[in-house]
Write a protein that binds this ligand. Structure first.
Ligand code: GDR
Length: 329
């Protein structure tokens, strides 16, 4: 029987990779898209035309119920959120509602939809390494104390515990992936990796001179989004729902990303192009993230395939192509 999946946040980086993965496995895929005349809708329609688009909003529970009734999913992947950490200080309430309460809305909608047989719909929650925030333990694993350092992180903690709560209270097959940073050529340009890869491509092509950034010493455990959506799917194929850290186990400062990216286009004296601007510093920072994905390796058989170096080069190469095409070269 054909399996059916519903993805919230289908127009984001992970939604796009996951939709192609599920389609390649023969799923019927439904994607929830927000708002009226949303310009991102055409992005997913072009990327994966087989995805069936439904309209709905994580803030509107009846729209979620409608989407569940239309999709009749075996699996629900909740990837929808306000996901830009820096933005969450300026819009803390909205972030809490969408990224936090939105999780409750979809869990409750599934419970209402599924009726007696609540475990018939398997649920994936996109939890985040931002929940670790202030470093309590290195590397961070599933049992590490959560100490979020941003309104976004706090909202993700709410969603994470609510997912666990629905699993324990109702026996829902609800799993959380505690995903560390994951990037790709589809990453939004507001995130530091893509911001750098676009700028490096433009600087290499002589289209731009300078790049303004915030904290270059912040360290992240950066993996490839294409690998990470595979882990999401594997979680929902387990008999028992659980929580898993998904990470590479390596950490790198922003300046190392810069170094590899600029050197890849033949610029070694990159410091002359890069400026630090106070507007890109955050009120509180997560300084060191490094994940221990041993549980995902042993239980899910998951491991990352792309190295940090390979990831940086892949992103720069992709932006070189895009910028060349835009400039008509
Ligand atoms: P992050 O990703 O906050 O870790 O959350 P982001 O790429 O925005 O920041 C990573 C680190 O880079 C530093 N930095 C800058 N960041 C941005 N965006 N712009 C800059 O100019 C800049 N200069 C330095 C930041 O201070 C930070 O330390 C991502 C998101 O995808 C979340 O949704 C997800 O939950 C986590 O990863 C895991």
């Amino acid at each position: 029987m054909t399996k059916r999946a519903l993805i919230t946040g289908v127009t984001g980086q992970d939604g796009m990779y996951l939709s192609r993965l599920l389609l390649s496995k023969g799923y019927e895929v439904y994607g929830l898209v927000r708002g009226q005349n949303n310009p991102k809708r055409s992005v997913i329609e072009e990327w994966a035309p087989e995805v069936k688009i439904l309209t709905g909003d994580l803030l509107d529970q009846s729209s979620l119920l409608r989407a569940l009734n239309a999709a009749q999913p075996d699996e629900v992947y909740n990837l929808g959120a306000i996901s830009f950490v820096a933005y969450s200080w300026e819009n803390a309430q909205l972030t809490s509602q969408v990224t936090g309460l939105g999780v409750l809305n979809i869990l409750e909608a599934i419970r209402l939809y599924a009726g007696e047989d609540v475990s018939k719909v398997r649920f994936y929650q996109a939890s985040s390494s931002e929940m670790f925030g202030r470093v309590q333990e290195v590397p961070q694993k599933e049992t590490t104390l959560l100490w979020p350092r941003s309104p976004y992180g706090v909202a993700k903690v709410f969603g994470h515990y609510m997912t666990i709560n629905y699993r324990e209270s109702y026996g829902m097959h609800a799993s959380s992936g505690i995903l560390f940073n994951h990037e790709s050529p589809l990453r939004g340009p507001e995130f530091v990796t893509r911001k750098i890869s676009i700028a490096v491509a433009r600087i290499a092509l002589g289209l731009q001179e300078k790049l303004s950034l915030g904290n270059l010493d912040a360290k992240r455990d950066w993996g490839f989004a294409g690998d990470y959506v595979e882990a999401m799917w594997r979680m929902l194929q387990q008999d028992t729902a659980d929580d898993y850290v998904i990470s590479t186990g390596e950490t790198h400062p922003v300046r190392e990303y810069l170094d590899i990216a600029f050197n890849h286009v033949g610029i070694s004296d990159w410091e002359k192009h890069v400026f630090q601007d106070p507007q890109f510093f955050r009120p509180a920072e997560v300084d060191l993230l490094i994940g221990d994905a041993a549980k995902a390796a042993s239980t899910l058989g998951w491991k990352p395939t792309l190295s940090f170096d390979g990831l940086v080069k892949k992103m720069v190469d992709s932006d070189l192509e895009i910028e060349k095409a835009k400039a008509g070269r």
